[in-house]
Each structure stands twice: as C-alpha cells, then as structure tokens.
Design a protein around this ligand. Sequence first.
Ligand SMILES: [Zn+2]
Length: 223
Amino acid sequence: MTFPERLVEGYRAFLSNRLPEEQTRFRELAESGQSPEIMVIGCCDSRVSPEVIFDARPGELFVVRNVANLVPPYTPDGAQRAVSAALEFAVQALKVKHIVVLGHAQCGGIRAFAEETAPLSPGDFIGRWMEMIAPAAKTLGPRGDQLLPDYLGRLEKASLLTTLDNLMSFPCVRILVERGKLQLHAAYFGVATGTLAVYDRDNGSFRSVASAEHREALGVPRF
Ligand SMILES: [Zn+2]
C-alpha cells in the first residue's frame, strides 16, 4: 500500500507555507477548542471545497459534506444520522450563528436524480440518497422542453430551498432561528465561472455576491 504521493507533497507545502503562518492559531485552537461561528453544508464534489471558496482559516468553518449538499428532514429514529449528528453538534454544542447550504453548478448527484441513471450498486446508495431531491423536483414541475443544463441549474437551486425547509424541521434549529440566534442561508457556486450567488428571501431569488470583484478577478473590463 502506498500513501498517495500527491498528499505527501501537499503536506510538505503545508509545512513550508501554511503551518508557519498559522502555528499560533493552531496552538490556540488546540488549547481552547474550536468555536466556529459558521457551519457549511457542502457537496463532496472535489471542485467545491468551502475552505477554498471562502478562503477559510483553521477553526473558522464547521463543514459537513455529502453528495449534493442535502439535509434529510428531521426523523429522530431515521437511518440517515450523519448529517443530523453534525447539525446537532454545530447548533447545540458549538452554537454556530449561521448555517450555509452551499450548492453548485454541474452537481453530479442532482444530475443522477434528473437523469434517473441506473443504480451503481445493488444497494443503490446514491439513488436512495438522491430520493431526497424529489420534493425539490416537484416544486419545479415537469422538465418539458427545457434544456437539460437549464433544468439542472434550476433543480440545484430548488434543492437548496427544500434543504433550508428540512433544516427548519429540526426543533433545535427552528427554535434558535425563531429567537434570532441562528440564520440559515443558501448559496450557489458556479464552478466554471467562480461566481457566488446567495439566496435573497425578500425577492425569492439568488443574487450574486461581490460581482464587481469577480469581474475584476477575471479581468473583465467594467463599463
Ligand atoms: Zn455536487
């Protein structure tokens, strides 16, 4: 068995760059424990690391990742407990102030649901996990003659909203949201473009964040 050389190389880079910069912070976090104020629920997709997108330092983000950034509805005796356990810990022990559900373009999980791809295994873990997308798909109605990429984009965003609803089905979340101590957010990352859009409840749509800086970063002239 060989430990991947890519990881050893990456660790060497961490030792020469990031560790010296962050050593004090790591030591303090080891002594005092973590106290992140933000939980991010993201997708496993290797292109959408929340720590990279949000330029996060150690101890800043409490991150849970799963296929298609989903949260199952509250089911105390249900089987899907990994997300629920992390959520409970974040809300009740860490007392995070924000939960961000981070979706993204070209999500393979969402696509698998929309295309009803054949099960990958006899257990069909992905297929069964992705059944959680069904309520979001229902809110959109039939695909009709929409182009697949357009439909998938709408489904990725609709799923973020049903995930926010699912979060509210947890009593520990709902109570804190109602008391104004916890805020829930949905955000959407455009993999190809690097854009970030955040859901605006007031007008019911996703709005780009830092779009001027985004244009500048890509070298697009301002008019
Ligand atoms: Zn994904």
